[in-house]
Design a protein. Structure first.
Length: 135
């Protein structure tokens, strides 16, 4: 017997990974029809699902420099998700954690990327130091 909640979560992780890789240009054109989706399978900017090794969870997805914790639950608990994302980013050695929460009955693009204000401040400072101006 299959665990339906686990299958739903795994599907959400896969959808988020595919969405991010497509949005970031990591996949070949028409990747769904291709034998292999990656433009460069060794590119560190690929969004990947890490193998869980050891006792410390390292997150659902690695989207350098973020560890992504994907959540597709009926009851949304943002504080728990953010704490988990931050803990798992530390386990994985990544500077930032973010939770990506499924918006009920909406597309993947409508999901919510959630982080605490301290993490947002770190991301903002890093972008500003790197000259990441948008205007």
């Amino acid at each position: 017997m299959t665990n339906r909640a686990k299958a739903k979560g795994t599907t959400w992780e896969r959808e988020v990974r595919h969405y991010l890789n497509t949005a970031l240009g990591q996949y070949v054109d028409h990747w769904k029809d291709a034998a292999y989706p990656w433009k460069d399978p060794h590119d560190p900017d690929n969004v990947t699902r890490p193998a869980q090794t050891g006792v410390k969870d390292v997150g659902d997805l690695h989207a350098r420099p973020f560890v992504v914790e994907c959540k597709a639950e009926k009851s949304i608990r943002l504080a728990d998700y953010v704490r988990q994302a931050n803990r798992e980013s530390a386990h994985a050695g990544f500077p930032y954690g973010v939770a990506v929460v499924k918006a009920p009955r909406r597309s993947v693009a409508d999901g919510y990327a959630v982080m605490d204000l301290a993490t947002f401040a770190q991301v903002l400072a890093t972008l500003r130091e790197a000259g990441g101006r948008t205007q």
